[in-house]
Design a protein around this ligand. Structure first.
Ligand SMILES: [Zn+2]
Length: 454
């Protein structure tokens, strides 16, 4: 009898109590104050992929013409990386699409690749996507379509609603073009393809081709020395054009283990097309160039952002970079994505090496819980002026969602520390401002000239 009363009580609790636990930090006054303070920081976003407005992708052919739809927003997000997403239908009808697509979200409800977009739907459109009805989805789609008829929406969401003052754009579609397309964006130099410059046949995009760059600048490349001189010139040009750092995403293509290969060995490989080379030859050449790029990073004072973690996971553990990092103490290395899932490894590297910064870019979007834990662990092991953030996406909704997700995650991490008595609230507020803004301005001082808020 006693057991059944207990069961009944448990059942009643499940039914009638709101889904809020007393230990939810978001319900505390400390969280509310810290979150409000972090929200008020005009953010400096160290990494994003916002394209020129006309090139923002995944436009659909609808009954009202071509444009950005609700599907475009999901298609341009990280959601399809792990979940199915129904293609746009032949008849161009939203209702046809939604009748199938609404089932795509069933297994996504807890994933961060789904949840990071929810703040955008809630705050910008007043819609709870978890409980969205067909009618609400149709109205949401119409509003999105309307919003993307000009670039005004994009600018308003980024600078006002997401409160971003500056964002650094990794134009991986035009790596050696340093043009900026918005008043609030800043260029970088993506060096990913430069490592494979052993032969001109490696390149087919003139905006990503060091040989085309050399031709434009009337430089001849006849030797390995010539090629390294071109890299020097690329970085000099990038810096003059306003680029503030270098970036590579080699972790998607190969291991992050870069050995210190001799110049003689690299010279044997240079000038030969891929079909004449072994996998070992190619790796040795890439390794040699990566070490030169690390040196040039110091020479031009362009910190080197490196994608670590979640990519080609057999070789993307940031620990693989330690030899390169230790051998180049004057180079400022920025380890991206907190090395997800190797956030502890990233912390110890930054703890041991003063030339390493941690960028939490993308981490809350990958796993909100791991990001919250990582902020706390890093703040215990690494000085608070060496942690940054970025939104790493490409639509107004994606940028808003990733930014709000990060502000919330950081506020939770800091509030928990304050509540546990591990951090004074005034220091938590200062650290929030450092991570969202000040640390980027300290690492990339050229950004100070680009600030535009009064
Ligand atoms: Zn990115």
């Amino acid at each position: 009898m006693r057991v059944s009363i207990t069961c009944l009580l448990v059942f009643q609790c499940c039914i009638f109590l709101p889904a809020v636990r007393a230990d939810d930090v978001k319900k505390t006054d400390a969280y509310t104050r810290i979150k409000a303070s972090i929200d008020a920081v005009p953010a400096v976003n160290t990494h994003d992929h916002l394209r020129p407005f006309e090139q923002i992708g995944h436009r659909d052919r609808t009954e009202h013409g071509e444009g950005i739809t609700l599907r475009s927003i999901w298609a341009g997000s990280y959601f399809p990386w792990i979940h199915p997403l129904e293609p746009w239908p032949e008849d161009g009808s939203f209702d046809t699409w939604w009748s199938k697509a609404r089932h795509n979200f069933a297994n996504a409800r807890a994933t961060s690749f789904y949840r990071y977009l929810l703040p955008a739907f809630r705050d910008l459109y007043g819609v709870d996507f978890d409980t969205i009805t067909a009618e609400q989805a149709r109205a949401l789609n119409e509003r999105i379509f309307e919003n993307y008829k000009t670039d005004q929406w994009l600018k308003e969401v980024i600078t006002k609603r997401a409160n971003i003052e500056l964002m650094v754009i990794d134009a991986h579609w035009a790596r050696l073009d340093f043009t900026t397309h918005y008043p609030f964006t800043v260029a970088l130099c993506n060096v990913t393809s430069l490592v494979r410059g052993f032969h001109p046949s490696e390149f087919n995009n003139p905006l990503d081709d060091p040989y085309a760059f050399a031709a434009r600048h009337e430089i001849e490349i006849d030797s390995l020395d010539d090629y390294v001189s071109v890299l020097d010139r690329v970085l000099e040009t990038a810096r003059e054009a306003g680029a503030i750092c270098m970036k590579n995403t080699l972790a998607y293509l190969r291991t992050l283990q870069f050995e210190n290969v001799s110049k003689e060995r690299a010279a044997e490989i240079f000038g030969r097309p891929r079909k004449e080379l072994t996998a070992r030859d190619i790796k040795d050449f890439e390794d040699f160039i990566m070490w030169r790029l690390a040196e040039l990073s110091a020479k031009h004072d362009l910190p080197l952002q490196i994608h670590t973690g979640q990519a080609r996971i057999q070789g993307s553990n940031p620990m693989l970079l330690v030899d390169l990092i230790e051998a180049n103490p004057k180079t400022k290395f920025v380890l991206f994505h907190g090395g997800f899932p190797w956030v502890g490894e990233t912390g110890v590297i930054a703890m041991r090496c003063r030339n390493v910064w941690i960028d939490s870019v993308w981490l809350p979007t990958l796993s909100y819980t791991m990001a919250r834990r990582a902020y706390q662990e890093w703040l215990e092991a690494v000085p608070s002026n060496r942690i940054m953030w970025g939104s790493d996406t490409g639509t107004a909704e994606g940028i808003y969602g990733a930014t709000e997700f990060t502000r919330r995650c950081l506020a939770e991490a800091l509030a928990e520390k304050v509540i546990r008595g591990e951090l004074c609230e005034k220091d938590a507020l200062r650290i929030g401002r450092q991570i969202m803004r000040e640390n980027a301005l300290e690492l990339f001082p050229q950004l100070k000239k680009r600030l535009w808020r009064k």
